[in-house]
Design a protein around this ligand. Structure first.
Ligand SMILES: [Zn+2]
Length: 769
């Protein structure tokens, strides 16, 4: 017989019969025991409590953006087992595990009660897990919880109870538990929500904090204060029931009104931090696993950006926009100063954790400056005239032609590059892209930093200049900073004091960068489309461009001064369309406010008002010369309108051949347009007197235009210039005659009427918000 215990070895010399039933049972038992022992030893091994891998992340001035807590409590922020904050401990035990000090690793009664409540579907304050089990769970860091995980947790919990005192386990819990808003540990939570150390918390505050770890995001007081308070009252009631606090303390705590810090002192920048942590292990350019990572972010600017987005939130929602991304770069160094990915990292409804700075989206018109920059590199200038006439362009698909349209559906005939770019007209941009060829344009864009194009030039075709290819906001901002730098690309960085990578590359000539900048910072040039006094105008030089993708899915404003480049994207991550939102109304107000903050920061806290220095210095070899306003050529004596433009000093001088005494000899591509267009009369000298019959036209404001009053600017800046095709008109706003042709903006719907000497009248409708 072999009935001896499987735990005892057989007596020496005892032979095991080969097919002996009992022998097999013996070995089976031995195997089970060995596996259980191995499991106990391996699974029960506690994770490293030092956890020294994650570094502290600071901003450019040493402000802590992210700090991992050491589990041993050797950092000032962590709770130590010999100095547990009493109120927090009382509240935590009351709500999480009332028999913590008396039970072993598992609390049989709590498990049964939790099972009972699961059955009866009543949700209770207490779960089935003891604090020790929860520490085990937090240490193992698992989200999925299968049977094996529960078993593993149980084993670790028993090991914890055997190896640590109750106070040490409690300290581990308080340091590891999640308290919402990306905050781990009660010490930091205490500073975040109430701005004080955990020992200084009142009973009411401690009860609030103790309620958080179970459902940290649902109970977020910065999001839903009512729900969070209801939960805090439940914890207070439990403390009272369990006689942890007296009747008087209970009453006082109920009466105490909790004041949350509302995150003002919080930097945010979660998307940026994530990027830094990701990058740490990825590319060689990132500093290794140092204990402290110095980043380029400016925490105070970042905070201002968050405030600006919060202030615009309602207006954005009115336009059906749920996400905002903002990026600010230092032009001199290529360092990121602010980086906001969605405007609401913790919002789960609209993908708040997605980083809009690195998301691929259609840029709309925001790439047009690069089309013209390549044209300048090839010999064109701001005076080059392009045909804004109905045109067709061959696409890569055989037999399919593309007919671009301008935003307002109008064609303006000959348009100088300055006006075409500043007014963001589509037809001339496509004509230019067709002339340059999509392949060379794509190569140029890639050199400027757009490196994520998925398709080839044939696929995009001339639509490339209208934003058919997707780009990232970070690329857009980096590429625009090339203009500000006079044509030099600098690889953007998130890390301070990185060894100079030497990654500075000339992408275009200084002359090209100067011309593009001069046009984008010219409010007169864009006025015929964008009006005056809106979000694109500043009391100092800012080069700016807007973009709106097809069907209003994406809305962009990007711009720069000498020192900073700011980019703003507004949209929805699910690509839902925006309502009545263009670059001027959606991203524009946020851009305006962020640019004011960033410019102020760059000038030591003061706005550079009245600073007339150009953003990019005019290079040698260009001069301001008179040109014919229509043909862009040097004026002849017959040219009726002469303006001036920056031209290359060594460019061959060609005089206007369009204007002749009394008529315009239109180049062939404009003839059909000129015959149909009412604008011809205004382009022709009024010598013969025959043009009296041409209709009067209001050139500014355009019909149906929307203007925005900017509360951050003085009203003196916020006027609308009134212009008509005839210089001698009287102006009426809503039937009231106005004295000058510069009208101070007033909110509301308005009818602008021009009446000339001959009694002809013309009206347009505008709205001012
Ligand atoms: Zn001329």
């Amino acid at each position: 017989m072999s009935t001896s215990s499987p735990l005892l070895p057989r007596r020496a010399g005892e032979k095991v019969p080969q097919a002996d039933e009992g022998g097999r049972r013996y070995w089976l038992a031995c195997a089970i025991f060995a596996i259980a022992l191995a499991g106990w030893l391996c699974l029960g091994r506690l994770p490293d409590l030092a956890q020294g891998e994650t570094p502290t992340i600071v901003d450019r001035n040493g402000v802590v953006l992210y700090e991992p807590l050491s589990l041993r409590g050797d950092r000032s922020e962590a709770i130590r087992a010999d100095a547990l904050p009493e109120r927090v401990v009382q509240a935590t035990i009351a709500v999480e595990d009332r028999r913590f000090f008396s039970h072993a690793a598992l609390d049989g009664r709590a498990v049964l009660r939790a099972a009972w409540h699961d059955v009866t579907r009543r949700r209770m304050a207490e779960g089935g897990s003891t604090i020790t089990q929860q520490v085990a769970k937090l240490l193992l860091g698992r989200k999925e919880r299968g049977v094996f995980d529960k078993l593993h947790e149980g084993i670790v919990a028993v090991h914890l109870e055997m190896g640590y005192s109750k106070s040490e386990i409690l300290a581990l819990y308080l340091n590891l538990a999640p308290y919402g808003n990306q905050t781990t540990g009660v010490a930091r939570a205490s500073r975040l929500y109430f701005g004080c150390a955990p020992e200084e918390l009142t009973i009411a505050q401690a009860a609030f904090l103790a309620s958080l770890p179970q459902r940290p995001s649902a109970l977020n007081p910065l999001r839903n204060e009512e729900r969070a308070i209801a939960r805090q009252r439940r914890v207070l009631a439990l403390m009272h029931e369990q006689h942890v606090i007296t009747e008087r303390e209970y009453a006082a705590a109920l009466n105490e009104r909790l004041r949350f810090e509302r995150g003002e002192r919080r930097v945010g920048a979660q998307h940026f931090i994530e990027h830094v942590l990701e990058c740490r292990t990825g590319t060689p350019a990132c500093p290794g696993t140092r204990r402290r990572i110095e980043t380029t972010l400016d925490a105070s600017l970042q905070r201002e950006v968050a405030g600006i987005i919060a202030a615009q939130k309602r207006d954005l929602l009115d336009h059906g926009a749920h996400s905002v991304a903002v990026a600010v770069i230092d032009n001199h160094t290529g360092e990121w100063l602010a980086w906001e990915g969605s405007g609401d990292y913790f919002g789960t409804d609209f993908g708040g954790a997605i980083d809009g700075v690195t998301a691929l989206r259609q840029p709309g018109s925001a790439l047009k400056p690069f089309t013209y920059a390549l044209a300048f590199e090839r010999g064109d200038s701001p005076a080059t005239v392009l045909a804004d006439v109905p045109s067709h362009f061959q696409t890569a698909e055989k037999g399919v032609v593309y007919t671009p349209r301008n935003y307002d559906g109008r064609y303006r005939g000959p348009l100088r590059v300055r006006a075409a770019l500043a007014g963001s007209e589509n037809v001339p941009a496509v004509a230019m892209a067709a002339k340059l060829g999509p392949a060379s344009l794509l190569r140029f864009l890639t050199r400027a930093g757009f490196r994520d194009f998925e398709k080839n030039a044939d696929y995009y075709g001339v639509g490339l200049t209208l934003g058919d290819a997707e780009v990232k906001l970070e690329q857009l901002v980096a590429a625009y900073s090339v203009f500000a730098r006079g044509g030099v690309y600098v690889e953007p960085t998130m890390f301070r004091r990185q060894p100079a990578t030497g990654n500075r590359q000339r992408v275009m000539s200084q002359r090209t960068a100067f011309w593009i900048t001069d046009i984008l910072s010219d409010p007169d040039a864009r006025e015929y489309v964008f009006g005056r006094g809106g979000n694109l105008d500043f009391p100092f030089a800012v080069a700016v461009k807007t973009g709106t993708s097809q069907a209003y899915r994406d809305n962009w404003t990007v711009g720069y001064t000498r020192d900073v480049t700011v980019g703003v994207w507004v949209g929805n991550f699910d690509r839902k369309e925006l309502r009545n939102s263009t670059g001027v109304t959606g991203a524009g107000p946020i851009f305006h406010a962020v640019m004011l903050s960033a410019a102020k920061r760059a000038h030591g806290g003061r706005l550079p008002i009245g600073d007339d220095a150009p953003i990019v210095d005019p290079p040698d070899g260009i001069e301001r010369a008179p040109i014919c306003a229509l043909s862009g050529l040097r004026p002849s004596t017959s040219c009726p309108n002469v303006t001036s433009e920056w031209v290359a000093s060594d460019a061959p001088v060609r005089f206007c051949s369009w204007h002749h005494d009394g008529y315009v000899d239109w180049p062939p591509e404009y003839r059909a347009w000129a015959q149909r267009s009412v604008d011809v009369s205004s382009a022709q000298p009024a010598k013969s007197g025959r043009d009296v019959r041409s209709p009067l036209q209001i050139l500014s404001p355009p019909n149906g235009a929307t203007y925005l009053i900017d509360p951050t600017l003085r009203m003196a800046y916020q006027t609308l210039k009134l212009r008509a095709s005839s210089p001698r008109v009287t102006w009426h706003i809503d039937q009231q005659q106005v004295a000058t042709a510069e009208w101070p903006l007033q909110a509301g719907w308005h009818t602008v009427t021009a009446i000339d000497d001959a009694g002809r009248r013309e009206s347009v409708q505008i709205v001012v918000k």
